[in-house]
Design a protein around this ligand. Structure first.
Ligand code: NAD
Ligand code: UFG
Length: 331
């Protein structure tokens, strides 16, 4: 199939593009490079031995998107393009709503015009909000506390409404838990610019001596060691989940929300210890105040992914730590 991957130069997108090419698909990428480097195209080619077609374009640019769909007979879309920093979304909400929501509306409009009605969308565990108890199941009530989260929740609603309005649409809403790690080759991985907000890239930079010390946000949560518990998932497992979701979407109409996680919770301290053990390094840390908006525990119920997609995560925490570190040291 010919698959359009929006945001395909980014962290999760690039790993998914590799899996798509390795599984015989033709890939067209649209990315505006707002949070990525075009060099990743060479890296994808190095691993997958084929270079995807690339358009440097913004998904909000309707003329550019028309050109992509006119020049390529796209069968389905995997839609990663979006802004994703929670804190920044509180500072500049208009940019977040415009980029994520307008962008998706323009994309869907052009898809409809060209008769392409199959989309796999990057949603997030953030839609489970503050009030549910883990493991999170897809039928739990959803809510949000920041503009980034709202864009995900609103887009889930918009895409579901589109699927309900026209029975030819297939929509899969993938709710990712915490993607970390890197491709085992060490050629692609996560490379946030500036000081990372997320735990894994931060602690890897502390281990490398680039940053002095990890601040652990609270050790008084109601968790086994008091630090926050998350469901870390290897980015390659996540990428493979997208291929399964694509297969599902091509065979089923309508809209489905599906969790992609491991069903396993790991605390901040456990992740630090696992990283130290896997890589033979030390991570200096101190305990500081809780970060506002964080919940104590977040992990997935993955039964629906197993049942509908025939997918489950294969990699463990140690692999995630090893591969993430390997990537950092090769860069
Ligand atoms: P990323 O920033 O590495 O990748 C997103 C890519 O989209 C970037 O290459 C960026 O340049 C591009 N982009 C952004 N806006 C665009 C636009 N208007 N037009 C064209 N390209 C645009 O992020 P990621 O971690 O790979 O995340 C991919 C998706 O998954 C995002 O939608 C994100 O919200 C979602 N998600 C990520 C996480 C996570 O922890 N990484 C968790 C849950 C959901
Ligand atoms: N943490 C620290 N120190 C840090 C960074 C994080 O102690 O420097 C802790 C947090 O308090 C939390 C855990 O590490 O307990 C994980 O935090 P991350 O920032 O790595 O991830 P979050 O679970 O807060 O959020 C991530 C993405 C969101 C997404 C969510 C669910 O950033 O966009 O996973 O998929 F919505």
């Amino acid at each position: 199939m010919k698959i359009l991957v929006t945001g395909g130069i980014g962290f999760i997108g690039s790993h998914t593009v590799v899996e798509l090419i390795e599984n015989g698909h033709d890939v067209v990428i649209v990315d505006n490079l707002s949070n990525s480097s075009v060099k990743v195209l060479d890296d994808i080619q190095k691993i997958a031995k084929r270079r995807p077609v690339f358009y440097e374009a913004d998904i909000r640019d309707k003329a550019a998107m028309e050109r992509v769909f006119t020049e390529n007979k796209i069968d389905a879309v995997i839609h990663f393009a979006g802004l994703k920093a929670v804190g920044e979304s509180i500072q500049i909400p208009m940019e977040y709503y415009h980029n994520n929501i307008t962008g998706t509306l323009v994309l869907c409009d052009v898809m409809r015009t060209h008769g392409c009605k199959t989309i796999v969308f990057s949603s997030s565990a953030t839609v489970y909000g503050m009030n549910n108890v883990s493991p999170f199941k897809e039928d739990m009530p959803t809510s949000c506390t920041n503009p980034y989260g709202w864009t995900k929740l609103m887009l889930e609603q918009i895409l579901t409404d589109i699927a309900h309005s026209d029975p030819e649409w297939s929509v899969v809403l993938l709710r990712y838990f915490n993607p970390i790690g890197a491709h085992p080759s060490g050629i692609i991985g996560e490379n946030p610019s500036g000081i990372p907000n997320n735990l894994f890239p931060y602690l890897a930079r502390v281990a490398a001596g680039i940053l002095p010390c990890l601040s652990i946000y609270g050790n008084d949560y109601d968790t086994p060691d008091g630090t926050g518990v998350r469901d870390y998932i290897h980015v390659v497992d996540l990428a493979q989940g997208h291929l399964k979701a694509l297969n599902y979407a091509t065979e089923h109409k309508g809209a489905e929300a599906i969790n992609l996680g491991t069903s396993r919770g790991t605390s901040v301290l456990e992740l630090v210890k696992a990283f130290e053990k896997a890589n033979g390094v030390k991570v200096k840390y101190k305990i500081v105040e809780r970060r506002p908006g964080d919940i104590a525990t977040c992990y997935a119920d993955t039964a629906k992914a197993t049942e509908l997609l025939g997918w489950s995560a294969k990699y463990g925490i140690e692999d995630m730590c090893r591969h993430g570190w390997n990537y950092m040291n090769k860069k």
